[in-house]
Design a protein around this ligand. Structure first.
Ligand SMILES: O=P(O)(O)OC[C@H]1O[C@H](OP(=O)(O)OP(=O)(O)O)[C@H](O)[C@@H]1O
Ligand code: HPA
Ligand SMILES: [Mg+2]
Length: 173
C-alpha cells in the first residue's frame, strides 16, 4: 500500500506560484489569442486554477495521454486516449502539464502537435524533475523544480489515487 510520507509543496505555495505563472503568461501573450491545451488526466487541477487567473482571450482544449498506467515507472510508450477537438493550425498553443519527469510524454506530444503547424507552441508545467530527463525539451514556464521522488496530489496520481490532495506529497510504501 502506498501512502503519503511528506508534504513537498504546500497548497499556499502552489496557489502563489500558479498566480505568478498566469500573470507571466498574460503579459507574454498580450493582445493575442491563446489556446490552452491540458494534458489529462494529471493537469486537470493545475489548468483549472491557472485559467482563472489569465485575463486574456483564451480557449481551452484537452488531450488525454497515458504512459504510466497503474505503475510508478513510465512504460515509455505514449498512448493518445483523446485527441483535441479543435484544429490548431495558425493558433498560439500552450501545452499545460502537471509534471515533466522523463520527458517522454511531452516529447511525443509536442512533436505531434508541432506537425499540425500552430502559429506558436510553448510548454508550461507546474513541476519539473530534471534529474530524470531522458530527452531534450525546452520548457517555457516551470512552477517548481523537484527532486527525484515519486510525488502525488494536486491532480497527480499513484495508481489513480491521491489526485484529490490539495498539496504535493511524497509517496512511500
Ligand atoms: O515525463 P514523463 O516521464 O513522461 O511523465 C510525465 C507524465 O506522466 C504523468 O501522466 P500519466 O501517464 O501517469 O497519466 P495521467 O496524467 O492520466 O495520470 C504526468 O501527468 C505526465 O503527463
Ligand atoms: O512523480 C510522479 N508521480 C506521479 N506520476 C508521475 N508521472 C511521472 N512522474 C510522476
Ligand atoms: Mg499526465
Amino acid at each position: 500500500m502506498y501512502k503519503v510520507t511528506d508534504i513537498l509543496i504546500s497548497k499556499e505555495d502552489i496557489d502563489k506560484k500558479v498566480y505568478e505563472i498566469a500573470k507571466k503568461i498574460e503579459s507574454d501573450y498580450k493582445g493575442e489569442e491563446l489556446l490552452l491545451i491540458g494534458v489529462l488526466k494529471g493537469a486537470f487541477v493545475f489548468i483549472s486554477d491557472l485559467i482563472r487567473h489569465i485575463d486574456l482571450d483564451v480557449s481551452l482544449d484537452f488531450m488525454a495521454v497515458s504512459s504510466y498506467g497503474m505503475a510508478t515507472k513510465t512504460s515509455g510508450t505514449v498512448k493518445i486516449l483523446k485527441d483535441l477537438d479543435v484544429d490548431i493550425e495558425n493558433k498560439n498553443i500552450l501545452i499545460v502539464e502537471d509534471i515533466i519527469d522523463t520527458g517522454l510524454t511531452l516529447k511525443y506530444l509536442s512533436d505531434n502537435l508541432k506537425s499540425r503547424n500552430p502559429k506558436s507552441m510553448k510548454i508550461c508545467t507546474l513541476l519539473d524533475k530534471p534529474e530524470r530527463r531522458e530527452c531534450h525539451l525546452d520548457i517555457d514556464y516551470v512552477g517548481f523544480e523537484i527532486p527525484d521522488k515519486f510525488i502525488v496530489g494536486y491532480g497527480i496520481d499513484c495508481g489513480e489515487k491521491f489526485r484529490n490532495l490539495p498539496y504535493i506529497g511524497v509517496v512511500g510504501e
